[in-house]
Every structure is written in C-alpha cells, then in structure tokens.
Design a binder for this molecule. Structure first.
Ligand code: HEC
Ligand code: HEC
Length: 71
C-alpha cells in the first residue's frame, strides 16, 4: 500500500471511531436546498425514498428533466 492510501485508511478509521463514540461532526454542512429535498425524500420525510447527503441539484433537475414533478 502506498503512503497516500495509508493516510486515507487512517482518516477513515479515525472518522469511524468518532462516529462510534458519537463524537463525529461533519466538516461540510448541508445546504438549505439539500435539507429541503431531504425533508420529503429522506428518512421520516413524507415520501422517504432516498438516503443521501450529496448535492441533489448537481444531478437532478438539470438537462432533460429540468423541473421537479408537480406534487
Ligand atoms: C414537499 C415535498 C418534496 C420536496 C421538498 C422535494 N420533493 Fe422530490 N418528490 C416529492 C414527491 C411527493 C415526489 C413524487 C411525485 C410524483 O411522482 O408524482 C417526488 C419526486 C421526485 C423525483 C422523481 C422525479 C420523477 O421524474 O419521477 C426526484 C428525482 C425528486 N423528487 C428529487 C427531489 C429533489 C432533488 C428535491 C430538492 C431540490 C426534491 N425532490 C424536493 C416530494 C418532494
Ligand atoms: C450523482 C448524481 C446524483 C445525486 C447527487 C443525487 N441523485 Fe437522485 N438519482 C440519480 C440517478 C441517476 C437516479 C436514477 C434516475 C432514474 O432512474 O431515472 C436518481 C434517482 C432519484 C430518485 C428516484 C426517482 C424515481 O424515479 O423514483 C429520487 C427521489 C432522488 N434520486 C432524489 C435525490 C435526492 C433527494 C438527492 C440529494 C439528497 C439526490 N437524489 C442526489 C442521481 C443522483
């Protein structure tokens, strides 16, 4: 294993340990847009059909399907 991979492995173990201790704090805060999507689509939302923290708008509602369907 090269040193760069070792650093990634160490970082991963550190983060998992923090998560296990309940001390994990995400570095990146979710944007208001993502929070809005998740309020319906993620756990405990009205439709609850996704589990994601990525930037939804980076993929959805661009190109051929530019708008959210009417709810
Ligand atoms: C107020 C609740 C609500 C919010 C907020 C919301 N959605 Fe939805 N979304 C729904 C519902 C309900 C459907 C199902 C609509 C249908 O199929 O008639 C849906 C459907 C979808 C679909 C499927 C589209 C398709 O063509 O079938 C995608 C993708 C989606 N939402 C992504 C998002 C993203 C990304 C966001 C944030 C920008 C978002 N939604 C915000 C409730 C919501
Ligand atoms: C890296 C690109 C990407 C990101 C980021 C992303 N999605 Fe998706 N999503 C997809 C693809 C690709 C599909 C499958 C689309 C299809 O089957 O037509 C999908 C499917 C969905 C569906 C189901 C649509 C259906 O027809 O049933 C929903 C709901 C959805 N995504 C919501 C979200 C939400 C909410 C977020 C942000 C938390 C998000 N997505 C982030 C690419 C992405």
């Amino acid at each position: 294993m090269c040193l760069a991979h070792a650093a990634v492995a160490k970082q991963t173990v550190d983060l998992l340990n923090k998560q296990a201790d309940g001390a994990f704090k995400p570095t990146y805060a979710m944007s208001a847009d993502v929070k809005a999507c998740r309020s319906c689509h993620d756990q405990k939302g009205t439709i609850e059909n996704t589990r994601a923290m990525m930037d939804c708008g980076g993929c959805h509602f661009t190109g051929k399907a530019p708008k959210h369907p009417k709810i």
